[in-house]
Design a binder for this molecule. Structure first.
Ligand code: 5GP
Length: 179
């Protein structure tokens, strides 16, 4: 088996505790609403599964599969939706679940695209945010953790499609040095 490396910057315990809090907050904010939780795949899959189970109200689940053009380590901001929603979101309250917001371009593009389907509201919940890297102004309604400008893997996030299954979040050492 390939060696999995990196020291956790967010541990499984920290992740669990924060997701519980987010779930409580989202439950309170969306009680009584026609709620759709939209996951942005692949990156958000682990966060989505845990977050959905921490939300204690009836809801619909749906997913978008997106790919970004260009290198994964550097976000080009050009996003392609390769699989569309299957639910009709018009008139509904949509919460978009992202793995990480970096420049903000992906989130901005997805909000703009989904808004065309006329949801009643659309908000963003991201596990991670790198505020230093933001180039566009996008409102993040729920943020799990703010992190510094480092490339992270694990808990759904990849490097060249690997490391998504790490149960914690680690900084990827591009030099290949392992701890
Ligand atoms: P944005 O459009 O906000 O610049 O970039 C968002 C996307 O870039 C994320 O969904 C993710 O695919 C990728 N990304 C940005 N930073 C990281 C990182 O530190 N690790 C990983 N694995 N992906 C990242």
């Amino acid at each position: 088996m390939e060696r999995i490396f990196g020291r956790p910057i967010v541990t499984q315990e920290e992740m669990r505790a924060r997701i519980k809090e987010l779930g409580k907050q989202i439950t309170a904010d969306y009680t009584g609403k026609d709620f759709v939780l939209v996951g942005v795949l692949k990156g958000a899959y682990a966060f989505y599964a845990d977050l959905a189970r921490a939300i204690r109200i009836p809801m619909r689940v749906d997913f978008l599969v997106v790919t970004s053009y260009g290198s994964r380590a550097k976000t080009s901001g050009k996003v392609k939706i390769v699989t569309e929603l299957t639910e009709d979101i018009s008139g509904k309250d949509v919460l978009l679940v992202e793995d990480i917001v970096d420049s903000g371009l992906t989130a901005q593009y997805l909000i703009k695209t989904l808004a065309k389907q006329k949801p009643r509201s659309i908000k963003v919940c991201t596990l991670l945010s790198k505020p230093e890297r933001r180039t566009v102004d996008v409102t993040l309604d729920y943020v799990g953790f703010k992190i510094p400008n480092k490339y992270v893997v694990g808990y759904g996030l990849d490097y060249q499609q690997k490391y998504r299954n790490l149960p914690y979040l680690a900084v990827l050492d591009m030099e290949g040095e392992q701890e």
